[in-house]
Design a protein around this ligand. Structure first.
Ligand SMILES: CC(C)(COP(=O)(O)OP(=O)(O)OC[C@H]1O[C@@H](n2cnc3c(N)ncnc32)[C@H](O)[C@@H]1OP(=O)(O)O)[C@@H](O)C(=O)NCCC(=O)NCCS
Length: 187
């Protein structure tokens, strides 16, 4: 996707409060300057290997529907962990494209990418208590709650909010994949 188109799509996605309100790292209001920073940060992450931010597109039309990302906190400028095998999974889907299975499919692909192609051993995602859709996405992939009741202060201010940190280990995921494959071959 051309950079101008990406810029427009990212602005449209994150300037929707119904999407942004669930995300603690996104600035609000999300302006065109925020979109420029978002794309610049994504490019830096790619260069440094500290993350990858991908567009989710429809297979046939290549229409943009959202984003999915992996961030490696140990490689960020001010790391809070030294675990280089830990990645943070994130995703967002445009409101008019939600409930079509896009987040589930994109997250499953990125989990496979992380565990099969990158040297990632564990994935993490922190989700607010009321974020039913995101919790479903993670549950279907085999994530379980590692830390319950964590508090997250959104970047756009306001009081901390309560969420849960979900985790998926590569070993558990491999086990789940084998079980799924075995089930799919059961007549
Ligand atoms: C979370 C989000 C990415 C899900 O995207 P999506 O493409 O609609 O998800 P899917 O279609 O794959 O649906 C996943 C599951 O959630 C359910 N779901 C989706 N939207 C829902 C809603 N508004 N209310 C209740 N359940 C919902 C689906 O029915 C599905 O359930 P199933 O697994 O039992 O079939 C999307 O709602 C979003 O962008 N939210 C704002 C950003 C966000 O919360 N990001 C994650 C931060 S942790």
């Amino acid at each position: 996707m051309m950079i101008e188109a990406m810029f427009r799509r990212v602005t449209q996605l994150y300037s929707d409060w119904e999407v942004a309100k669930w995300l603690s790292r996104v600035p609000w209001p999300f302006t065109s300057a925020s979109a420029e920073n978002f794309i610049a940060d994504a490019e830096v992450d790619m260069e440094h290997g500290s993350g990858c931010h991908l567009a989710i597109e429809r297979r046939v039309s290549a229409t943009f529907v959202g984003t999915v990302s992996l961030r490696l906190p140990a490689l960020e400028p001010d790391p809070w962990t030294s675990d280089r095998q830990l990645a943070i999974l994130g995703y967002a889907v445009q409101r008019d494209q939600q409930r079509n299975g896009f987040a589930s499919e994109a997250a499953a692909s990125v989990v496979q990418l992380a565990f099969d192609q990158m040297d990632i051993a564990r994935l993490r995602a922190t989700v607010l208590r009321d974020n039913v859709a995101s919790r479903r996405v993670l549950a279907r992939l085999g994530f379980t709650i590692e830390y319950a009741g964590v508090r997250e202060t959104p970047r756009y201010g306001g009081p901390p909010r309560v969420g849960d940190t979900f985790m998926l280990e590569r070993s558990e995921w491999r086990g789940a994949v084998v079980i799924r494959a075995a089930k799919s071959h059961t007549p």
